[in-house]
Design a protein around this ligand. Sequence first.
Ligand code: FES
Length: 149
Amino acid sequence: MHTFLIFFQSGVGGLMQFLPFLLIIVIFYVLLIRPQQKRQRQLQDTIATLKIGDRVVTTGGVIGVITTVRDTSFLIRSADKSILETLEEADIPIMASCYEGVCGTCEARVLEGTPDHRDSMLTEPEKAAGEVMLVCVSRSRTERLVLDL
Ligand code: FES
């Protein structure tokens, strides 16, 4: 009430006092709130198109398969460990040297399943054939992967 009284008493000059605050609010909306709302809408549209079983890569670089889709979120199962890390956790020894997928020491024959090749040694035709894999960096694309170690 007191503010309106000052406004009416001072006329346009009173309005000019509020102009910087109005400008800050408008700038705040245009630069922060509106882009955030737009990103949120895009995320919800993307989530709406996802299906269970889709392979995704998150902005953080996590590769996984979608297991559950909800209204505003989804769950993924990620293969964040290499076969070698999994074998070492299970106390199954395997020869390895570079641990970077460049030497071939850890090569294993694939008997069943589909490998997720992440090495830089096998050629594209070898990777496509899926008969061998370098377990130090590679993972499994399938639930079950049987190797001849
Ligand atoms: S340890 Fe060198 S490629 Fe796996």
